[in-house]
Design a protein around this ligand. Sequence first.
Ligand code: SF4
Length: 118
Amino acid sequence: MNIILCKREGFLVNPHPMYLTNLKIWIAENQERYGTRICPCFEATGDAKTDRKLICPCSFAKDDIARTGTCHCKLFARGDFTDDDFVKAEKELMREYRNTLNLKGNILDTRAVPKSDN
Ligand code: SF4
């Protein structure tokens, strides 16, 4: 599915500037790193056939939108999504990725936070 198909399907693009800007930056970083516009929410596998499915808009977006109202990253949504719906969807995604802050006085202890390989 490409961006033209997204429009043809009547999907909306997330209208929130910060959200949109972050996703564009992350997708551009992946373009530089992996040579393709792999979704920032998925990890490239190194297998070209599999990784092709992860290029934004990914091959899961259409089914996810039908099932939940948005694609996994909340970039694309069903045509009837309101601003409040986007806000709720973004909060859901943030909950999924948020680590519990381990504050010890004025120090943020990050030793137990999982590390990225990148
Ligand atoms: S989940 Fe959304 S933002 Fe991520 S690749 Fe799929 S369509 Fe793009």
